[in-house]
Design a binder for this molecule. Structure first.
Ligand SMILES: [Zn+2]
Length: 439
């Protein structure tokens, strides 16, 4: 499994959203989270069965036809027949109530059970390439078809009858129409039902507000379905890649069991979520990189609300001191310079809106006094800046940090300072943007 580094992500954002890149700081503290989305597409063929049964008087031809049918050994339990036989059965005189084949319809429905009890491997179905053809033959159920002597006339075709004069008359048997034979044909027709199903699943939880259509757009060009299941004409193949088995199980819940053919295409679309700060609004948002290794797409502002990421100027100053090694601790010369730049910028933002609040003044003064690495003169110089009328004291050097890391930290603190009173003034924004765009 490939992973995505913060630096690669940063390059991707620069490439995919150049206009937004400058106002984004990726939150290093919240690591990228990978979500493997799976796009699945299934083409399924299943068989639907409709069964019927007719018992009729069978003349010599029909009797022979039914007899030769049940004597056939080629097709097993189900015999392919042509529709002509069904038509001949339908047009022959019906026999009912003979009791002999009465149970056929019931037994047949038990045998077929709406198709669930039909063994697909025992059917010789018509195919078109690797698929089932739309037109399928009619199948007779061998165990429930056949010919027998008529019970009423014992197969003679006639019934003796004594008239009023006492003479014996021969009459055609009413049940078998004088043929002496009764035939039963039990058959079913098969309908091929086709279904296409599309699905997007992620087993490791979903990314909030990420639309399935985004994943579908990354399904790739190779949408040739892979044969996963075939179950007819003696073929019984079920092949699943164990890695995608859980996804296929989810697909099976949708397409149902008992299919004859399943062609399933799947494509894994990796997505990475990250947390970022919007430099201008000071909000933390979630971004997603979809499909970074093939066809990267960037989604920003995924969460609707967003939240402020700081809780006050005092907390912000604590964060600043932790970042620069802690107040009173030894810091490197370069870090010390960057810390001085940061504080000058913070003071500039504080005075930029024309009004330094008591809290800002107190916190900044306290912070400056606590930095023992600064000489008293350096401290005095910084505290004095709190009385400045505006941010005019800043020079280009104040925006030139030794490290990007220090620059980002300064940016974050400026953000907090600027947004602490709820609104960002133009003068404050100017300072932030100037630092942010400084390369
Ligand atoms: Zn009869």
């Amino acid at each position: 499994m490939s992973s995505l580094s913060i630096s690669t992500l940063s390059e991707l954002i620069k490439k995919l959203a150049p206009s937004q890149f400058n106002s984004i700081i990726i939150d290093n503290a919240v690591s990228l989270k990978r979500f493997d989305y799976c796009y699945l597409y299934a083409e399924v063929q299943r068989l639907e069965f409709r069964s019927d049964s007719i018992t009729c008087a069978a003349d010599r031809y029909l009797s022979q036809e039914l007899m030769s049918l049940t004597e056939r050994y080629d097709g097993g339990d189900y015999l392919r027949i042509d529709s002509g036989l069904v038509e001949r059965m339908k047009s022959a005189p019906r026999v009912s109530g003979t009791g002999f084949f009465n149970g056929a319809r019931r037994r047949m429905s038990e045998l077929i059970n709406g198709g669930r009890d039909v063994n697909l491997n025992k059917l010789q179905l018509e195919t078109e390439g690797p698929r089932l053809a739309k037109q399928q033959p009619i199948f007779a159920v061998k165990a429930e078809s056949g010919v027998t002597h008529c019970k009423l006339c014992n197969g003679s075709g006639t019934i003796q009858h004594t008239d009023k004069q006492g003479s014996v008359q021969q009459e055609n048997c009413a049940a078998c129409e004088g043929f002496g034979y009764v035939g039963t044909l039990t058959w079913f027709t098969t309908n091929v039902i086709e279904k296409q199903v599309e699905m997007v699943r992620c087993l490791s939880g979903e990314i909030a507000n990420l639309k399935a259509s985004v994943i579908v757009a990354h399904k790739g060009n190779d949408t040739t379905p892979k044969r996963m299941l075939t179950r007819f004409n003696g073929i019984n193949v079920e092949e699943y890649d164990p890695d995608v088995k859980p996804y296929l199980d989810a697909m099976h819940d949708k397409v149902g069991n008992g299919n004859a053919v399943e062609d399933i295409f799947f494509c894994i679309v990796p997505c990475f979520t990250f947390s970022y700060r919007n430099v201008i609004t000071g909000e933390i948002r979630t971004g997603v990189v979809v499909d970074p290794f093939r066809q990267p797409e960037l989604l920003l502002n995924l969460e609707g609300g967003g939240r402020k990421f700081f809780s006050g100027v005092s907390n912000s100053m604590k964060h600043l001191s932790h970042f620069f090694g802690g107040l009173g601790q030894t810091v490197t010369y370069k870090d010390k310079q960057d810390l001085r730049r940061t504080i000058r910028l913070l003071i500039a933002v504080a005075v930029a809106d024309g009004d330094v609040t008591e809290e800002e003044k107190k916190t900044l003064t306290l912070t400056i006094r606590n930095i023992s690495n600064f000489t008293t003169d350096e401290q005095e110089e910084l505290v004095a800046l709190l009385g400045a009328a505006d941010s005019g004291f800043l020079t280009d050097d104040d925006f030139t940090f030794h490290s990007l890391e220090n620059r980002d930290e300064a940016l974050a603190r400026l953000q907090e300072m600027a947004t602490a009173d709820g609104t960002v003034h133009d003068a404050e924004r100017d300072i932030i943007e100037r630092l942010n765009f400084k390369q």
